[in-house]
Design a protein. Sequence first.
Length: 432
Amino acid sequence: MSLKAKFWIWAVPIYLLLGFGAWQLLAVNKWYFLAAEGGILLSLFVFFWFQRSLLAPIKAISEGAKLLEEQDFTTRLVPVGQKEIDTLTHVYNRMVDALRQERLQQEETHFFLHKLIHASPQGILILDFDEKITEANPAALLLFGLTENTIKGMHLSELPDGWAKILSELEPHQRIIARMDGGRSYRIERAGFSDRGFSRPFITLEEQTREIMALERQSYEKVIRMMSHEINNSAGAVNSLLSSLLAYADDLPPAERADYLSALNVSITRNEHLSAFMSNLANVVKLPPPRPVSTDMHDLARGVLRLMEPRFREARIELVQQLDGTPLFVEADPVQMEQVLVNILKNAMEAIHGKGIIEIQLVHEPPAIFIRNNGEPITEETRRRLFTPFFSTKKHGQGVGLTLVREVLSNHGFRFRLQTKADGFTEFMIAF
């Protein structure tokens, strides 16, 4: 029950009694009656004044409390003319001003952080207490190939392409460097922030592929140049000398001539192989920057397939083309991209032991090319080391092919991935 209602419950019976008493005085003396009525009217005036003086400040305080409850920090209380209540009103108005300013600063800070996270080139995942993703910025969405609606509420263990294992095993405040499919390297860090008194985790993912590739290139470029110079000079001189020695074969007895020629030819061949090996390594170092022009990847792929078709037939490999004839124009260096496709198809052919299948498919939305084979699958250990400079699983492989592919595609800014899918096919994907 409100204080105002209590006042009226108290006042109405009293004034009824006073009115009844005044009415009784009328029978005795009308002047007494008039005096009594005047006193009652005066007391009513005093009562209303007292009620207003007492209830108005209380009403103001009640309205202020209601505004605070509704978190309305824009409305101020008006002084009522009473020193004590006006002091309280002044304190309330100052408090509301401070709360409004603090709220404004928090909103501006929140807006700034939201914009900063949204614009950050780093992938950022914000998690709840159950390791589920509550927010992901555009860089993270692009990294995982997911939409905002898809990734929200997803557990870390449900992320695609090997991310689930890496991020699920990440300890609080741990920082690692992870190499993913496609030879891409990421600096991953898990940290936390305070949310309403509780610590909530978030994860940042920063691609460092270019930095790491630059360091790798610096480490092997100088060595390869020096080795190429020394070996080519020595091999050329030695081969020249060995070729001169072939002229003396006719001076030897027939029984010794065959061994003599065989030894020289083996030495010459090995020198040529050594020169070819160093030439392959030097090609990676000497790779020029791409010269992008508008290139129809459909025509480029068809030309490479015509070039490789005799080798596929010889190796008894079935070629499945999913090329619909629709042009797919991208900004690329046609010469370098042609070499990339040749190397990928050669690797696919070499991964197949005996009869097998190679599939090639062009997709227009989003633009990409897929080259698949049903050869030997990629092991987990191999997957981690793919696109490491000069790493090869072949017995006599040099690891130059994939290194060259990595350099060309990275210089173009194209995303790529090599992995064995659930259906057993190994897939090389290039996204333009």
